[in-house]
Write a protein that binds this ligand. Structure first.
Ligand SMILES: [Zn+2]
Length: 173
């Protein structure tokens, strides 16, 4: 059971149903997973869920015949908590130009869409709900360099740069 409490944040997805973590361990999701009210999840679906840095897990044991929950862990667990913390403390605020929404109230966005881009800090940024929607629906484009500097391109082609907190205290203008 202790193995479940393992930081899977930023795991590399090797193949359908296979995860590769930071310590070089390989995790297998061996079979379909039955989820009450949802039905059967494929191993690749479970792996995709486990790669999400904002995922919250709660462990439960259920009766194999009736499906009734016999035991439930009172605590929740975020596999990607360490990665999420690192991204939010690097960013400080929403990374959209001029937005001051605190990173703690932001969603984590894959700069390069998952699964093409990894669930790792250099490919994750904090965006408030409004600007998360801007990125996906309003024609803005963003690229991030390995130091976490974001270059946004507006629908009119103009570019705006936003900086992580640790870059000389620069903030977006
Ligand atoms: Zn914002």
């Amino acid at each position: 059971m202790a193995g479940w409490y393992h930081d899977l944040g930023g795991c590399e997805q090797l193949d359908d149903g296979v995860l590769h973590d930071h310590d070089g361990h390989v995790w297998f999701v061996s079979s379909h997973t039955e989820v009450p009210l949802l039905g059967s999840l494929l191993p690749s679906d479970v792996v995709a869920l486990l790669c999400d840095p904002d995922l919250v897990l709660r462990l439960a044991r259920s009766d194999s015949v009736t499906g009734a929950v016999r035991w439930q862990d009172p605590t929740t667990y975020r596999p990607g908590a360490a990665t999420a913390r690192a991204v939010r403390s690097r960013d400080g605020t929403c990374r959209f130009p001029g937005c001051a929404t605190a990173a703690m109230r932001c969603q984590l966005d894959h700069v390069v869409r998952h699964p093409e881009g990894p669930t790792e800090a250099p490919n994750l940024q904090s965006l408030c709900a409004t600007h998360h929607a801007f990125k996906h629906h309003a024609g803005w484009h963003v690229a991030m360099d390995p130091l976490g500097v974001c270059t946004w391109t507006a629908p009119d082609g103009r570019t705006h740069t936003t900086w992580p907190l640790d870059r000389h205290g620069h903030r977006a203008a």
